[in-house]
Design a protein around this ligand. Structure first.
Ligand SMILES: Nc1nc2c(ncn2[C@@H]2O[C@H](COP(=O)(O)OP(=O)(O)O)[C@@H](O)[C@H]2O)c(=O)[nH]1
Ligand SMILES: [Mg+2]
Ligand SMILES: [Zn+2]
Length: 326
């Protein structure tokens, strides 16, 4: 029953979902999914439900911190509407002057990053503290130290041999290897328990197309420095894009990421055009639009009724079991 309902609303059971499990067989460690509770968020790819917090991790060197890449990750992270922390790893590889200059630069973007070193175990307690009591997802490019950080946090949690079989079956190394291999396998996400009652998932990044589904008018929400500039002020036009309109509260120059803002605006515009072409008037019957948080417009295909026919009880039960075993 639940399965049929889930299918109808196009839901799969995701990592992070709060579910009700019944008919539990403790010996074989099996149960049946009776219900999936309301999901607060489902913004990420690979999909993780009920994420409270994003930890955006980059490194200062090896690979070098690159403002354009960092901006793209940050904008995508901001576009989910989930609270985020920016941490910059490998800070032992750069000089004090370089560190100060990044600090000042990123303050101009309205970020106060946490500088850490997983290798030298510096400021990791602060990260662990931020992760307590919530479900976090760590995002960032390859090589910045995501898996290393998770390993560290995991070893903090572990230590004693307890009944942790469910967790131990999924090693961090495995996830990161899978994450790099291909589109299909990046969907294997596991939530790892961290000390203080939180959970942490490692993902290789976001689905690129999510970003481009931002509306032009919503892009400025994803730039904290613009948010700061228009705080308590009003642009003359309600749908101001802040690109030099008369009476705009946003400065046209003097802030570093203005060119990135323009660039992303242009990409959104191009994407919107091609989407209109694709889903315009002709195929409108097959899709509907769902406008989510912060004006992110999502195309939702209409359901093919035949495809979502009820399955036999027996078949459904088998599917639940195999899903749980997965
Ligand atoms: N110098 C230095 N290297 C680090 C640090 N943290 C991780 N690394 C190294 O960076 C490389 C990539 O780390 P990994 O955790 O696999 O990154 P991921 O791709 O983001 O999961 C590994 O060789 C790590 O040993 C650090 O704080 N300093
Ligand atoms: Mg990794
Ligand atoms: Zn404006």
């Amino acid at each position: 029953m639940v399965r049929a309902m889930l299918k109808k609303v196009q839901r799969r059971v995701l990592v992070g979902d709060k579910v009700l499990v019944g008919s539990i067989d403790w010996i074989d460690r099996r149960g049946m999914l009776m219900n999936v509770f309301h999901r607060r968020t489902e913004n990420l790819d690979p999909p993780v439900a009920n994420v409270d917090h994003l930890l955006v991790l980059f490194s200062l060197d090896l690979p070098k911190l690159e403002p354009n890449t960092l901006t793209r990750f940050l904008v995508e992270a901001e576009s989910t509407g989930i609270s985020l922390t920016l941490a910059l790893n490998k800070f032992e590889l750069i000089t004090q002057e370089e560190l100060e200059s990044w600090k000042i630069r990123l303050r101009g973007w309205n970020y106060e990053p946490l500088f850490c070193s997983v290798k030298n175990k510096l400021r990791l307690d602060e990260i662990a503290f931020m992760l307590r009591n919530q479900t976090s997802v760590i995002v960032g490019p390859s090589g910045v130290g995501k898996s290393s950080l998770i390993n560290y946090l995991r070893s903090r949690f572990g230590g004693k041999k307890k009944k942790k079989r469910w967790f131990e079956d999924q090693s961090v190394g495995e996830i990161s290897k899978k994450g790099r291999r291909g589109k299909h396998e990046t969907r294997n996400v596991s939530l790892l328990p961290v000390s203080g009652g939180g959970y942490l998932a490692d993902t290789p990044g976001f689905n690129k197309h999510k970003l481009l589904k931002l509306k032009e008018q919503s892009l400025h929400f994803c730039f904290p420095e613009i948010r700061k500039m228009i705080e308590g002020k009003k642009c003359e036009f309600k749908d101001c894009l802040h690109i030099g309109e008369p009476g705009c509260a946003v400065k046209e120059c003097g802030w570093e990421r203005y060119p990135y803002y323009l660039q992303l605006l242009e990409e959104i515009r191009i994407e919107e055009k091609s989407r209109l072409k694709k889903y315009g008037t002709k195929t409108e019957g097959d899709v509907r639009y769902k406008v989510g948080e912060m004006g992110v417009k999502q195309v939702v295909p209409r359901l093919d009724p035949k495809k979502y026919k009820r399955e036999s009880q027996k078949k459904m039960k088998q599917k639940w079991i195999s899903e749980l075993e997965d």
